[in-house]
Write a protein that binds this ligand. Structure first.
Ligand code: HEC
Length: 140
């Protein structure tokens, strides 16, 4: 080997070593499970109402039903729903509010909130609607 060849070999060797060093140091820390946090994990068990409260903001319920669901000029209060609904019935209502229109309370709502219709949320995940139901049924 000539001197030039030795130098070239030395440089190549150095690059190879640097390359592997860089690989080693830039290794990303392992995320346990390797999956982004599921929504359930963000809300510890039993905290379904907290999740429900957040969802009512996300879904825009409070733009009509007001802060803390206490009602506004354009939509009734959602405090005290427990006397009219259980969890399943409330989920069903949210998915298809128009099918509940024959009852006296809703006849009165129709008059009071003439130009506003409760939108149906049947395009939403039933699990999310369940969390909203848990939240609403706790409001007294
Ligand atoms: C565009 C305004 C509007 C939005 C947004 C809205 N609502 Fe309503 N909601 C109403 C109106 C108005 C009524 C009264 C019934 C009717 O006129 O359709 C009502 C009725 C209800 C009722 C029945 C109350 C009772 O006493 O039986 C529930 C429950 C309800 N809304 C929950 C929700 C939830 C939960 C959301 C969000 C996921 C939501 N609403 C979003 C306007 C709205």
């Amino acid at each position: 080997m000539t001197k030039a060849q030795i130098w070239t070999a030395a440089f190549l060797g150095l690059f190879v070593i640097l390359f592997f060093l860089q690989k080693l140091t830039s290794e990303k820390p392992e995320i346990p499970g390797g999956m982004p946090m599921a929504q359930e994990e963000q809300y510890p068990a039993g905290k379904s109402e907290t999740a429900g409260a957040d969802l009512t903001t996300n879904f825009g319920c409070n733009t009509c039903h007001g802060t803390d669901m206490k009602g506004t000029k354009i939509a009734p209060t959602l405090v005290g729903l427990k006397q009219y609904y259980d969890r399943d019935k409330l989920i069903n209502y949210l998915r298809n509010p128009q099918s509940y229109m024959d009852n006296d309370r809703f006849v009165a709502f129709k008059k009071q909130y003439k130009n506003i219709v409760m939108p149906s949320f049947n395009n939403k995940d039933v699990k999310d609607l369940g969390k909203i139901a848990d939240y609403l049924l706790k409001l007294e």
